[in-house]
Write a protein that binds this ligand. Sequence first.
Ligand code: M6R
Length: 608
Amino acid sequence: MCGIVGIIQQTESKIGNEIIEALTKLEYRGYDSVGVASVANGELIIVKDEGKIAEVLEKIDLDSIKGRVAIGHTRWATHGPPSKENAHPHVDCKKQISVIHNGIIENFQQLKNELLEQGHVFQSETDTEVLPHLIEQFLEEEKVSLEEAIIKTVERIEGTYGICVISTLEPDKIFCAKKDSPLVIGINDNRMFCASDIPAFLSYTQEVVLLHDDEFVTISKDNYEIIDLKTGETITRKPYTVSWKPEMAQKAGFPHFMLKEIHEQPNTLADYIRIEQPSILKIAEKIYEAEKVFLLAAGTAHYSTLTGQNLIRRFVKKPCSSVIASEYELIKNLIDEKTVIVPVSQSGETMDTIMAIKNARELGATILSAVNIVGSTVTRHSDEVLYLYAGPEIGVAATKTYTAQTLAMWDIGLELGKISGELDNDEYEMYRTNFKNIPSIVKQTIVHNEARANHIASWFAKKNSSFYLARSLNLQTAREGALKMKEIAYIHSEAYPAGESKHGPIALVEEDYPVVFVTPQDQTRKLIVGNIMEMKARGATAIAVLEEGDKEMEELVKWKFEIPKGYSEMFSTIPYVVPLQLLAYYTAVRRGYSPDQPRNLSKSVTVL
Ligand code: M6R
């Protein structure tokens, strides 16, 4: 949560546009308030306010923000509600030190009490504000350098943090520290950057240095020095070039990132298929050899792991469960060195997932992850990593990374089927051919269903509640569709096993109540007809995602989304979710909401 960015340029000149441009790329991390600090003419300039960047921009003059260094923050509130006072950056009493922070300082109250006793005056309710005051306290009390005062401060705090500090005392440097919150450095001939995520500076550079936990960095206009805070030693780490292109972090003519990302799916899935990953075989072998397998994830990623769970059960006939990362405690006493954990995550920074895998690792488990962001925390705690190659996903609602995660589960599943002998050579090759056809099926699905989604959305947008029903494999499709509708259109949507819906939920159904059915031509097809009839008998309006040409189903429902024929029904969880992404998107737009920045959410959930 929260996006942080820092920029150092060659001279003291205008820097407002650059810092806001970078912050805009991080707004998916939080958007309830925004702030910038720079040092100009030996003084700190602080501009901050409640609201999204666009709203705050209306009130400020960007050209007035000058400096050689600047830091910026876009907030997802934890300590204290969204307000101008609680917006970062925060400053010390003398207004010499300015700090932005992503994470949570767990011992802030104790530190704040100590600082209050020393006479420090606080302006906000945030945990972060203890940082500039503590730095100030060390400077005054111990007469140390600014760098030493920041290091001493970092040593006193408990919790999670990505921190950037600028000061009038050293107006040409940015000091950063990291623990359990992401921080990367970007290097360009004219500017140096630090940020929570690469898209912040992608339009300037693809040269990146990843920071690790317990590292402290001093960045100057043409250098960076990393210190390992545990040993005090200087670390040499060369930049690497990311494959992401600058346009990947732009909307490319689409009104929202979410719509762009839905449309990108044929390409992202094709990229995943095209790029060979040696880790796939190692991952499949280790899962095959393991005694116990748990897939671990949160939110949308959790739904993708349900495909993994079903495939492992099917192709290895091994007990295996998908576990919601925040419920890891329930399986903790089952973890040992014969256990494999498969964390799945877009960001690789989800705190629930990270905490679970760290503990599982300590208990001896092998960690085999599927992650989108290269070098993220989950990857660093993994024995093997399968990358999703979905590119940057800026819309808060996951779309292209969900289909990539599900495809990755299939990739693992097919290798397992081969190793275990559950799939003979012909079957394996048949499935692999189907696998390669998925991008084209998804492309046709988008073309066939986008206008329909927009049309149905005009009716859906007037509803307050809905059901998404399916059976077997596609229950996760229903869940993901319902989650999308909830998180961006704010319509309460509940996914349920269709067969179970008569055991309670059906009580909510009344005239014209929306019920979305996911109905591929698989073994569930016959039974789901009965469930549609039950709902219709109570007045429900039925919508189905069905296979092209399924006349019987078409007649049962008011509206249909059609999925092209010609691929194994087993892969249906990928194309069948796409119309539900489009339906949620258009419903949100028709209700007047911003699908890219839904209220109360953040793309990267780095709190427990
Ligand atoms: O980065 P991760 O995949 O670990 O994130 C997990 C969830 O926070 C994420 O999928 C969330 O549910 C999205 N908002 C879904 O659209």
